[in-house]
Design a protein around this ligand. Sequence first.
Ligand SMILES: Cc1cc2nc3c(=O)[nH]c(=O)nc-3n(C[C@H](O)[C@H](O)[C@H](O)COP(=O)(O)OP(=O)(O)OC[C@H]3O[C@@H](n4cnc5c(N)ncnc54)[C@H](O)[C@@H]3O)c2cc1C
Length: 462
Amino acid sequence: MDPTVLPRLRDLLRPDQIDVSESALDLHARGESTDAERRPDVVVYPESTEDVRRVLELAHATRTPVTPVAVNSSLEGQTVPVDAGISLDLTRMDRIVEVAAEDFLAVVQPGVTYPRLNEYLRATGLFFPVDPGAEASLGGMASTNASGTMAVRYGVMRDLVLGLEVVTATGQVVRTGGRAPKSSSGYALTQLLCGAEGTLGVITELTVRLVPRPEATMGARATFADVHGCVAYVTDLIQAGVPVARCELLDAAAIRAIRAHLGLELVEAPTVFLEFHGDADAVRRAADVALELARDHGAAAVETATDPEALAALWKARHQAYYAFVAAHPGMRNLITDLAVPVSRLAEVIDASVAAIGRLDVPGYVIGHVGDGNFHLTLMFPPDDAEAAARIDAAYGELVALTLAAGGTITGEHGVGLRKRGFVRAEHGDAVDLMWAIKDALDPAGIMNPGKKLPARTEAAV
Ligand SMILES: Cc1cc2nc3c(=O)[nH]c(=O)nc-3n(C[C@H](O)[C@H](O)[C@H](O)COP(=O)(O)OP(=O)(O)OC[C@H]3O[C@@H](n4cnc5c(N)ncnc54)[C@H](O)[C@@H]3O)c2cc1C
């Protein structure tokens, strides 16, 4: 880093907003799941848009890399400052600015987490429906275009962010979008910045849609002899247009790990967990249809639940699945796929993933937001086993090829980060050149989260 940056930062911010301690640098050197590691030169904690603006202006002038980070729960190495420089930690920008219940929207700073927003909204009868497993921030969630268990019903971040305040890579403060429920005005910059993984600018405020809490909620689960049975059932369920609010798959190994981690009484069998939202009659009707279809598909057991505490425990278990897998294999590395395909192709790609676990001879788990064609294969392997890592990489490449041939995507929700860069051109072809043109226009000095999201300019398709 340019030696003038640190003293100049000290002129711009209070001492407690700048941290070069070993512990802060270590804490900001890694993300979840990947092994990539690099310490930043300095961690900076902005507390306002003006703080961010000053830091980015300085970073642009001195060609200093800036890696935004919030809760740091992203899974693809997005927050690892691979070129060092500044880790811009946005967790202190955590104010809920406004709730306009009459317009079904909230305005928040980027460090607000979605559980905190929902707690705040409790009395309003509204909620924010994107729920990634970790207690992630709205700024991080917008930046990865996150989704979660309810995307099948309410959509993903890109559908739910109406407007942003952003500090560009050159230090300009701009507003994109607005408060209207829809707009055809200008280019869709809000949607471009949602999913940019911090490579185009820093989000300093978000205007997000809220949705009414359902009058009634009913949960259901159906167990099947194998994962294929679960997926065949889900495919029919979705194609039949049954209005599910959540539709999640967990294989038997995943349920075993969750039982051991959380002590929950769950049947150790491949299971589809469902939830229905609406008025009491509507949820009962939808659940009846769903469970009848499950029986037609040979489900071993089906049951429903309306008790809010039991439902909350169930979804908590689902959200903790990743931590349960890590706890079951202390010290092991992991690779998580995040493939998403049209629902009609789900069975073949999940079948291939299940077969890969058998072939690779490493512990593996299949879980997924299967209602929207998205699932995760988590493979565990010893850190020093290069041969296992190579086998896993080769199998991953084959699954990606199968997914793309099925019209799918390499990432339904986790984003590209570091680990998936090698597959981006295979998915997007020459559109990658357009993406680089956008990157160059918005970040001419290339300082924003370098080394992420896009493949190297010269990289050919894999
Ligand atoms: C147990 C577990 C379960 C998960 N389940 C899901 C899931 O179901 N669905 C899902 O989508 N994800 C899931 N994730 C991944 C993760 O929670 C999401 O990627 C989430 O969106 C990251 O939010 P964060 O606040 O942790 O962001 P971070 O990890 O801190 O940052 C994520 C990205 O956003 C950028 N960024 C952060 N803040 C800003 C900002 N203000 N402006 C510009 N860029 C910014 C960072 O540079 C980085 O590229 C899970 C992770 C874990 C650990």
